[in-house]
Design a protein around this ligand. Structure first.
Ligand SMILES: CC(=O)SCCNC(=O)CCNC(=O)[C@H](O)C(C)(C)COP(=O)(O)OP(=O)(O)OC[C@H]1O[C@@H](n2cnc3c(N)ncnc32)[C@H](O)[C@@H]1OP(=O)(O)O
Ligand SMILES: N[C@@H](CCO)C(=O)O
Length: 531
């Protein structure tokens, strides 16, 4: 086996069109054996061979020719354009890392910033030494500041719910907000924030830790939904708004909308939760877990410290594909794509082939560099931990109090040594338990009928607010039964002013994302409720 220069091998390959090759990559341990025609090599390798610029020659190091003939295979090796595309994207990002800095910038900067210098204690014992909340507003605040609506976002949204003068790009609820529209800016002053932990201008894992100026990455503390609404309450203080006309949110925003009412009942008039829940259930936790795992298993994630390198775009793409499966519905796809393939004239492929596969691939690809992977992990985890039950709330109140005391004693030191995650899997094999218990053990359930007593007690603060609960029958992530659970629970507190709307499959097959797409029904019912 003799080693030759890249140029010599390239010449031979081009002459013969086929060769048995061993390619020595810069890392010798990644020695790979190929028996392919030049056309079958991945674009990356092909380019390395055929484009002998000094840079490529350096990257490829050397190509060595095998001395023996390889066995002839029964069938040709398959092509994997989907993997080639990932490799090429990594390569392009690597170039960008060197030439124009690493991470993509997630924010346009066209938002307002509320800054707090006060230390912010997170529920699970972390600390932020000050924080920013990015927000945007539409409409005008009236003289007595009584017409404000706080709009809470889903997981991945920015504060850009509607276009503004400084950012004319359409927002994620462009058609829902405006003069005479369901969220009527002739009447209301609408505020939308990027949640704390996000990457669109609010303090999150991609922000710099003021202590050392380096990005927090996974030194960012675990967050909860309550942390997010507590930060929002500080923004309202900053704007001089004592009481909201309404708190409105969809998906994760629905969780926040309810949490805001539970924690600050005196600071809100009406509460609307669309496709939200009162606590996360195991199926939705499972779906988010798999997304987080897919992302964390991408070696580029590097335990969260990828900001000086390239983001884990393949893990993000995979995570978003799984997420998209939970955001829409099978019946929608049946109508839209059926069993059609992108190109039925071709052999079936292991890369995306059916239209539903190319659709998911596209959704994943589009998102893979749009959002900070660490923000996704933290916010998705906060959704998992969401629970408005009384036992959970009491536990968190105790924690908050302890953290506060620790902070006062130690003055701005990190409040809890165990705030870094040390959770390990137990050694013993899991034994199936008979009774199913929520996360907090001292929960009394009312198994006979009606909503769980623990939830009713936890949501008692909502007993006098007008509440709108809206859900969608085709939603598999925040299913219709969870919407009924919220409505039944709030009614069980004694509240006589609960409106529950369920959009059946005859109305929407868009699943969970209906709240982004169905202006007529989602918007219509919301507009009626807001008045
Ligand atoms: C409060 C919040 O949570 S806000 C967060 C909102 N933002 C997001 O969720 C961002 C991601 N966006 C989305 O998920 C969606 O675009 C939505 C929900 C906003 C809108 O959904 P829809 O209008 O139904 O778009 P849809 O899901 O059909 O996607 C259309 C795209 O898929 C492409 N597409 C459709 N079918 C296929 C297919 N078979 N193969 C490949 N691509 C396909 C279209 O060409 C289009 O591409 P483009 O977006 O690059 O123009
Ligand atoms: N498509 C929405 C759904 C979750 O709210 C998002 O990405 O945020």
């Amino acid at each position: 086996m003799s080693c030759r220069s890249g140029a010599q091998i390239a010449a031979r390959l081009l002459q013969r069109g086929r060769s048995n090759l061993v390619i020595c990559t810069p890392r010798q341990e990644r020695l790979r054996w190929h028996n392919r025609s030049l056309e079958q090599l991945t674009p990356h390798v092909r380019r390395s061979i055929t484009t002998q610029t000094p840079k490529h020659a350096q990257q490829a190091t050397a190509f060595r020719e095998e001395t023996y003939e390889a066995p002839i295979s029964s069938n040709p090796a398959m092509a994997f354009p989907c993997l080639d595309a990932q490799e090429m994207k990594t390569e392009a990002l690597q170039k960008r890392s060197i030439e124009s800095g690493p991470e993509p910038s997630y924010t346009t900067g066209a938002h307002l910033i509320f800054h707090s210098n006060e230390p912010f204690l997170t529920d699970w014992g972390g600390i932020l030494r000050g924080f920013d909340i990015a927000y945007e507003t539409w409409g005008s605040l009236n003289a007595d500041k009584s017409n404000a609506i706080l709009l809470h976002t889903g997981l991945s949204a920015s504060s850009h719910a509607h276009s503004t003068e400084s950012n004319p790009k359409p927002g994620w609820w462009e058609k829902f907000i405006g003069p005479g529209l369901p969220v009527d800016t002739d009447k209301y002053f609408v505020i939308c924030t990027n949640v704390i932990g996000g990457c669109y201008g609010s303090t999150g894992p991609s922000s710099a830790d003021p202590l050392d100026g380096r990005r927090y990455a996974t030194r960012f503390p675990i967050l909860t939904m309550d942390d997010m609404v507590h930060a929002q309450a500080q923004l309202l203080d900053g704007l001089g708004i004592q009481k909201l006309y309404a708190s409105v949110g969809s998906s994760m925003g629905g969780m926040q909308s309810l949490a805001f009412g539970v924690h600050f009942p005196e600071r809100v008039g009406k509460i609307a939760s669309i496709s939200g829940c009162a606590r996360s259930h195991p199926y939705s936790i499972a779906m988010r877990h798999t997304q987080r795992q897919a992302l964390m298993m991408d070696p580029k994630w590097n335990r969260g410290f990828y900001y000086d390198s390239i983001p884990p775009h393949s893990g993000m793409k995979l995570a978003r594909q799984i997420a998209t499966v939970t955001y829409r519905s099978g019946p929608e796809w049946e109508n839209r794509f059926g069993r059609r393939r992108a190109d039925p004239s071709k052999q079936p492929a292991l890369c995306p082939d059916f239209l539903i596969e190319t659709y998911l691939d596209h959704a994943g690809e589009k998102f893979s560099l749009e959002y900070d992977p660490n923000s996704l992990l933290y916010i998705s985890k906060a959704m998992d931990m969401f629970d408005l039950g009384r036992a959970h709330q009491q536990n968190m109140q105790k924690r908050r109090k302890l953290n506060q005391e620790r902070l006062q004693q130690q003055q701005s030191q990190p409040v809890e040594e165990s705030a870094t995650c040390g959770l390990t899997l137990p050694d013993q094999k899991y034994e199936e338990k008979e009774a199913v218990m929520p996360m907090d053990q001292d929960v009394s359930t009312n198994a006979v009928s009606g909503p769980p007593q623990d939830l009713v007690e936890g949501m008692m603060n909502l007993k006098t607010h007008p509440v709108l609960v809206m859900g969608v029958a085709s939603d598999i992530l925040f299913p219709a039964w969870q919407q009924r659970e919220i409505a039944d629970t709030v009614r069980a507190t004694g509240n006589k002013n609960v409106t529950h709307v369920e959009l059946g499959e005859d109305v929407s097959l868009f699943g969970h994302d209906t709240f982004l797409l169905d202006l007529k029904h989602i918007g219509g019912n919301l507009g009626k409720f807001l008045g």
